[in-house]
Design a protein around this ligand. Structure first.
Ligand SMILES: *Cc1c(COP(=O)(O)O)cnc(C)c1O
Length: 233
C-alpha cells in the first residue's frame, strides 16, 4: 500500500523548486517549463490534494480512465493524453483532450485530421518518437520523423506542436532527450515533452518544455484494488 504519510502538496513544492533550480542553471526561464501531473492510477484523494495546490495540467495514458476521472470537472484544466491512441477512440480523444502527445502513425494522423475537420476542435498535437528504437514501444523511429512530419503537415494539414519521448528504462536518458531536441530543432518544433520522475532535471537541461511527472508527485501508482480500498468504492 502507498505510504499514508506521503504529502503530494509538499512533493509538488519540492519538484517545482527543483525545476526552477535546474532551469536557472541551464540559463532558462522556469516559466517556460510546464509540469504535467501524471494522474493515471492515482487515488481521487491524491489528485484532489494536487488540484488543491493549483495544479492545472494533468496527463493521462488511457482515454476511458481520463474521462471517468475528469469528465465532470474540466473547467480551467489542461488535459493531455500521454498514452497510445487507438483509431477507434480518436473521436472521443479529440472531443476531450487539450493535447495528444502520442501521434505515431499516418493512419492515426488521417483519422485525427478527419475528426478535426468534422468537429472543428483541434487539440495540440505532439509526435511520439521511439528514441531507443525499442520494438515493444510505440513512436516513430528517429529517422522516420522528418518524412512523417512533412506528410502529416502537407497531406493532412495538421499543425504539430512538438515531440514527445519515453527513453528506455535503465539507460541514461540524456542522449535520448538530446536526440529529441535535435529532431525538434531541425523541424521547427517548439514543444518538447520529456522527463519523468527520475530524470526531469536532465530533461530541463536539454530543453524540455513539458515534464510528465507521476510517482514523484503522487506517490506510487495504485492497483485497481488498492484504489478502490482507498477511495472507499
Ligand atoms: C506513467 C507515465 C509517466 C510518469 O512516470 P513517473 O515515472 O511516474 O513520473 C510519464 N510519461 C508517460 C508516457 C507515462 O505513461
Amino acid at each position: 500500500m502507498p505510504d499514508p504519510a506521503f504529502d503530494p502538496a509538499a512533493a509538488r513544492d519540492a519538484i517545482l523548486a527543483r525545476i526552477a533550480q535546474a532551469a536557472r542553471e541551464a540559463g532558462r526561464d522556469p516559466a517556460d517549463i510546464t509540469l504535467t501531473a501524471v494522474s493515471k492510477q492515482q487515488s481521487r484523494q491524491a489528485v484532489s490534494a494536487i488540484l488543491g495546490c493549483g495544479q492545472r495540467v494533468f496527463g493521462e495514458n488511457r482515454v476511458q480512465e481520463a474521462i471517468e476521472r475528469w469528465g465532470g470537472r474540466r473547467s480551467g484544466l489542461e488535459l493531455r493524453l500521454i498514452g497510445p491512441l487507438q483509431t477507434n477512440k480518436v473521436r472521443l480523444a479529440i472531443s476531450f483532450f487539450d493535447a495528444i502527445e502520442t501521434l505515431d502513425r499516418v493512419r492515426l494522423a488521417e483519422e485525427i485530421a478527419r475528426e478535426v475537420q468534422h468537429s472543428g476542435r483541434c487539440p495540440k498535437l505532439l509526435v511520439q518518437v521511439n528514441t531507443g528504437e525499442e520494438p515493444q514501444k510505440s513512436g516513430l523511429a528517429p529517422h522516420e520523423v522528418d518524412v512523417f512530419l512533412a506528410r502529416v503537415r502537407g497531406d493532412h494539414g495538421l499543425e504539430i506542436a512538438g515531440l514527445m519521448c519515453l527513453p528506455p528504462v535503465g539507460e541514461p536518458a540524456a542522449p535520448h532527450f538530446a536526440l529529441l531536441a535535435k529532431i525538434a530543432r531541425r523541424n521547427g518544433l517548439s514543444e518538447l515533452s520529456m522527463g519523468m520522475s527520475d530524470d526531469f532535471e536532465t530533461a530541463v537541461r536539454l530543453g524540455a518544455t513539458h515534464l510528465r511527472i507521476g510517482t514523484a508527485l503522487f506517490g506510487p501508482r495504485l492497483t485497481p484494488r488498492q484504489k478502490l480500498s482507498i477511495e472507499g468504492g
